[in-house]
Design a protein around this ligand. Structure first.
Ligand code: 6PG
Length: 246
């Protein structure tokens, strides 16, 4: 498999390690702006909530943090299944409620994927937004947090789907995980990141994780993440390793 893997007792320990890693990675370049791309799903929610609590929130340079989406479900941003809404409810709003001097996450630093117009138009608009941040160089996120589905998908890159090479943001149709229409960072963009953390917990991920760990040639999308120059780390719990009962 690509990258390194670390096993933790349970989802809480995975979230703690993710927070510790994030703080450490951001501290490597103090005072510089930092691009963080976040995923949807249930697994990263513990990490998002943890970042809003002490002692983590005091260690994050919120003023320099830019939050992007790794993928989005093509739904209104206030829809209960919207990834942005989940990030707003688990991270952005609790932070605002915590207030205080250390917590300054500016609205202009939050970059949701647009979900109005057609999905193709939205992909182009988000790519333009990325170009405003990264310039016309290939985007190099400081950190991308990814999950993995039981079928081995990651972000909104699903097994058996083919994607054009070139666009930074892909409009996706026919997703087997609802809703069928989505937006996703491309594999090429993910692979250019400085750091990627895969968060994988639960028994339902054990089969896909085992396939990826044993594969000589990667076929599942999560297994095809291979960073050009960055550091790829899988933070998984014992259940996802098939080591513990659900
Ligand atoms: C989404 C995702 C998706 C997710 C995985 C894992 O919008 O659904 O971003 O790629 O990360 O499906 O989801 P869970 O953490 O809920 O298992």
């Amino acid at each position: 498999m690509n990258g390194h893997l670390q096993v933790f007792a349970d989802p809480a320990a995975v979230a703690e390690e993710t927070a510790r890693r994030f703080v450490g990675i951001m501290a490597q370049r103090p005072g510089e702006r930092f691009s963080l791309a976040l995923s949807g799903g249930s697994t990263p929610q513990r990490f998002y909530r943890l970042m809003t609590t002490s002692p983590w929130r005091e260690q994050i340079d919120w003023g320099n943090l830019h939050i992007f989406l790794a993928d989005e479900r093509f739904l209104p941003l206030d829809h209960p299944d919207s990834n942005y809404r989940m990030i707003r409810e688990t991270l952005i709003e609790p932070l605002a409620a915590a207030g205080g001097d250390v917590v300054r996450l500016s609205v202009g630093n939050i970059h949701p994927m647009p979900t109005d117009g057609t999905v193709e138009e939205s992909a182009i608009r988000y790519e333009s937004e990325l170009k405003q941040y990264f310039g016309y160089n290939p985007p190099c996120f400081d950190l991308i947090v990814l999950g993995m589905g039981p079928d081995g998908h990651t972000a909104s890159l699903f097994p058996g789907h083919t994607h054009p090479v070139g666009p930074w943001v892909l409009p996706m149709h026919n997703s087997p995980k609802p809703p069928p229409t989505r937006l996703s960072l491309s594999l090429e963009v993910i692979n250019q990141a400085r750091h990627v953390l895969f968060l994988v917990t639960g028994h339902d991920k054990a089969e896909a994780l085992s396939t990826i760990r044993q594969a000589n040639e990667e076929t599942l999308p999560a297994g095809t993440v291979q960073l050009d120059a960055g550091e790829l780390l899988w933070l998984v719990d014992e259940a996802a390793m098939g080591l513990a009962k659900a």
